[in-house]
Design a protein around this ligand. Structure first.
Ligand SMILES: [Zn+2]
Length: 429
């Protein structure tokens, strides 16, 4: 099985190299903004659309006269920035289409200019990229020292591109590698339903619990204090600069803690190291519209914290690489209102109720565990007929409930309506 994988690690740059990297990142940002302005102007004037190729030709002419400083950086940096611009527009047009069909509730997001204030940014290079034990060799930049030895793949690997980026004063390099991995052995374990939560990160139907790390809450408490301090400091003063860097570092730390927790949870669920008999044959997630949920301001921060998008992205590729199926339940499937033992559907199940008590069979069970079990059962129900997906089973369950006159319109976080916008990478399972 051929996969594309990214490896990211920290660089140890000297002053000269740092300046050179800053120039590249600056050129990439400048080109992106220049291209965006050109595309806007051309469209408003004549209605024509300039592609990355048109813009690159134009830029190469201007280099000689207007932007001679661009010769100091690799030609890849502006070239790839224009490709990014093309992708930004492609994403924008895709969302416009979705909006027209009513599948998108969120913002359409016209491409925006990149601001220096939002950080140094990054640049991407292609061409001859070589990885050695302790350093990486990039076009124009030469050999750059790595902080960690032996993490980046060396030897006979096909490197597609390399991206250098800056975050909170630290520099990183990532390489995109095309790899051949052995086809995964089919898994035979029980299917696992995963209920993504707010108070806890994830609850699995097999009883496994993944909590949000404590360090995350601590860092967030600190983060609430610092902007107040910043606003009391003199503009453009030295101390204000210090506070701003502190805030950037804290944001970075929070992102790292969150990513680490998500990776641990998704890896734990997929259970790569266990024998195939103990690994889940399928992972069932709720197909939630994260965009729609973010509009609810009470829940917004908590949801973005949990990083549901990132969880889905990780679990999707990890199941694919390790031989499990991935299924998404219909957003209307009453996973938190349905009894996982007898199948009775409750009329109401407010978020504040942490325990599910069934009036039919008397089952008393943790709310999240009940939801996760319902999701896992969705896979079993979809089994006999291969053409039936988990989604359609969920829809059938909903129709059945409606037939009994039950109002199961989603009104809590477990089942907010609206379809997730189709995302090929998430659905290609
Ligand atoms: Zn029951």
């Amino acid at each position: 099985m051929k996969i594309i994988r990214g490896y990211k690690t920290e660089l140890e740059l000297n002053n000269r190299q740092r300046t050179h990297c800053l120039k590249h990142a600056g050129a990439a940002r400048f080109t992106f903004n220049w291209g965006l302005a050109r595309r806007k102007a051309a469209y408003e004037a004549t209605g024509q659309t300039l592609t990355a190729i048109d813009l690159h030709k134009e830029l190469n002419r201007l280099k000689k006269t207007d932007y001679p400083w661009m010769y100091e950086v690799s030609k890849c940096a502006p070239q790839e920035a224009l490709r990014d611009l093309d992708r930004a527009f492609a994403n924008f047009f895709r969302r416009v289409k979705l909006k027209k069909t009513g599948k998108l509730r969120g913002k359409i997001g016209y491409p925006r200019f990149k601001s220096k204030r939002r950080g140094v940014g990054s640049f991407r290079l292609t061409g001859v990229i070589r990885v050695f034990d302790g350093h990486i060799q990039l076009p124009r930049l030469g050999r750059l020292k790595l902080k960690e030895r032996g993490y980046l793949p060396t030897g006979e690997v096909h490197i597609l591109s390399s991206t250098v980026s800056e975050k909170a004063g630290r520099w990183f390099v990532s390489v995109q590698v095309e790899e051949e991995i052995p086809d995964p052995e089919p898994t035979q374990g029980e299917p696992v339903g995963v209920d993504l939560g707010i108070s806890r990160l994830a609850m699995c139907s097999d009883g496994a619990v993944y909590e949000n790390p404590k360090a995350l809450h601590q860092a967030q408490r600190k983060l609430r204090r610092l902007p107040r301090q910043l606003s009391r400091q003199q503009p453009s003063s030295r101390n204000r600069g210090k506070t701003r860097r502190k805030i950037a570092r804290l944001h970075f730390r929070i992102a790292n803690i969150r990513r680490d927790a998500l990776h641990k949870a998704t890896s734990g669920i997929v259970a790569k190291t266990k024998p195939p008999a103990l690994r889940p044959c399928a992972v069932v997630l709720e197909d939630l519209n994260v965009n729609g949920m973010l509009k609810n301001r009470h829940l917004a921060r908590a949801i973005s914290d949990v990083g549901m998008h990132e969880f889905r992205r990780q679990i999707t590729y990890k199941t694919q690489w390790n031989g499990s199926d991935i299924l998404f339940a219909d957003p209307w499937y009453p996973s938190s209102k349905r009894c996982s033992q007898c199948g009775q559907v409750k009329r109401k199940m407010p978020l504040s109720e942490r325990t599910y008590r069934c009036e039919g069979c008397g089952l008393v069970i943790d709310r999240d565990l009940n939801a996760a079990s319902n999701l896992a059962q969705l896979h079993l129900e979809s089994k006999p007929n291969n053409s039936t997906t988990a989604s359609s089973v969920g829809r059938a369950a909903q129709d059945a409930a409606n037939a009994c006159g039950e109002d199961i319109r989603p009104n809590d976080i477990g089942q907010i309506s609206q379809k997730q916008e189709p995302n090929s990478s998430l659905r290609s399972a």
